[in-house]
Design a protein around this ligand. Structure first.
Ligand SMILES: CSC[C@H]1O[C@@H](n2cnc3c(O)ncnc32)[C@H](O)[C@@H]1O
Ligand SMILES: [Zn+2]
Length: 440
């Protein structure tokens, strides 16, 4: 099966290549050709593609770019969006989220994750990293819907149930890593320094080494977290992880990383993996501005994620792209800081590096998996077209995405979702959300 996208504006996100007019040919799950037709006729490069096994997409007036990669998510939390706003992180988490999550059934998780997948596909995300519980249900939903995902059983350690959660984390890895035609990968997910004492954290690190898998963890999200860690361990949260050998031994994805000292940034220098910036969630919870410009200057990879819809309130990665660049400009009082292209890199190839799947996705190159989106520029807010990169970073919204393709399969075309029953997902989501939050 081939898909031929004709006469589109292509932004490959490969080594700072400028956008160009061309064609893309997808063969099964892979990109077969990315062809510049502004310089050569397509017929001089490949024979005409015709017949039943070729689907042609007219890309005229559309930009084709790599699918966006949301590197930090809690997909079922979409069911908790908007029920408790304007609270401090710890009040929000401990008084509202944890009690609501304790009421969630495996079916709630299945439908809640699909609600998020519908929103992500609609707004141009093709891959996400998830940390939650009942991960079997999320993996099942990923398999059915067709997205690419890195799945992690979140581990919050209480004395009583440490063994159960670790067993669930191992079961997820053993049952799902490499499944769904290779679209699912897995990691180990100790939740955060303040919920993971040294002994269980060392056990998780040992497992990650044994299975040769990365770690996904929250870090230094609030000032309060820094105070708590100083009281408990006389260390910053980053120093705590560093002293345990985490950055030396493993590929690690660090969500948030807002409150880092200069020395903390030195601890991260040279690490495998890097930092996931979550600017909208950090704004909404009043956490602060992560020092991502400084981290990037030190060679640390910085990707982008929304966090759960419970805090971010939307899963539109185009909002994160804007927030990321604008917050750095504001922080430095300098509009030249974090230019548009770098912000797009964070949402594509840099996030792919964090998920350790940059050999497969994150840029449009022959041989990579066919994960891409088409954005319709035929709208007043996207005209005139002076500069494609500027439009994508500063003017496009998720609702401008026309087509979403993952692993060579079209998940949305002309804004119609093709692999999930959107009405049923919304009906289930609404019904279940009401029951979960009642009385909390
Ligand atoms: C144990 S599964 C993951 C766990 O993380 C919680 N969570 C959601 N958003 C945040 C955040 O911004 N900081 C820390 N923890 C967060 C979620 O409610 C789950 O319980
Ligand atoms: Zn989170």
């Amino acid at each position: 099966m081939r898909i031929h996208i004709r006469n589109t504006t292509i932004l490959t996100m490969n080594q700072e290549e400028e956008p160009f007019i061309g064609d893309i040919v997808i063969h099964n799950d892979q990109i077969e050709h990315v062809i510049r037709t502004d310089r050569q006729s397509i017929e001089s490069i490949i024979p005409p593609l015709t017949g039943d096994d070729v689907q042609v997409i007219d890309g005229t007036g559309k930009v084709t770019m790599p699918g966006l990669i949301n590197a930090h998510q809690h997909t079922p939390m979409n069911l908790l969006k908007g029920f408790s706003d304007d609270l401090k992180l710890m009040d929000w988490l401990e008084k509202k989220m944890f009690p609501a999550e304790a009421r969630m059934t495996p079916e709630d998780i299945y439908w809640g994750s699909q609600l998020s997948m519908a929103e992500m596909i609609r707004s141009g995300t093709t891959t996400f990293a998830d940390m939650y519980m009942h991960m079997n249900q999320i993996a099942q939903a990923v398999d059915e819907v067709g997205m690419r995902a890195s799945l992690t059983r979140g581990l919050v350690f209480h004395d009583d149930d440490q063994g159960v959660r670790i067993r669930e984390a191992i079961e997820l890895v053993e049952s799902w890593h490499g499944q769904a035609k290779g679209r699912i990968t897995t990691m180990f997910g100790p939740h955060a320094p303040y919920t993971c004492p040294p002994e269980p954290l060392k056990e998780v690190m040992h497992l990650a080494k044994q299975y040769d898998l990365p770690i996904h963890i929250h870090l230094a999200e609030t000032k309060e977290e820094v105070i708590t860690m100083r009281e408990r361990y006389q260390q910053t949260p980053t120093q705590y992880l560093y002293e345990l050998g985490l950055f030396e031994q493993l590929h690690v994805m660090l969500a948030h990383s807002v409150h880092l000292t200069k020395r903390d940034i030195q601890y991260l220098k040279g690490m495998r993996g890097g930092v996931i910036h979550n600017p909208v969630s950090n704004l909404k919870l009043g956490c602060g501005i992560a020092p991502i410009t400084e981290m990037k200057q030190q060679g640390i990879t910085v990707g982008l994620g929304t966090d759960g819809a419970g805090s971010a309130t939307t899963l539109d990665m185009f909002q994160e792209i804007k927030a990321a660049t604008w917050l750095q400009k504001l922080d430095y009082g300098d509009p030249t800081v974090l230019p548009a292209y770098q912000s797009l890199q964070m949402a594509t190839i840099e996030s792919a590096k964090l998920l350790a799947i940059d050999h497969e996705t994150g840029s449009l190159e022959a041989g990579k998996k066919a994960d891409m989106i088409l954005i319709d520029l035929n709208r007043p807010h996207l005209q005139p077209v002076h500069n494609i990169v500027s439009l994508l970073a500063y003017s496009v919204n998720g609702a401008d995405v026309d087509t979403t393709i993952v692993n060579g399969k079209i998940l949305m075309q002309n804004r119609q979702l093709l692999t999930l029953d959107e009405q049923e997902v919304m009906r289930q989501g609404n019904r279940r959300a009401k029951r979960i939050v009642e009385g909390i």
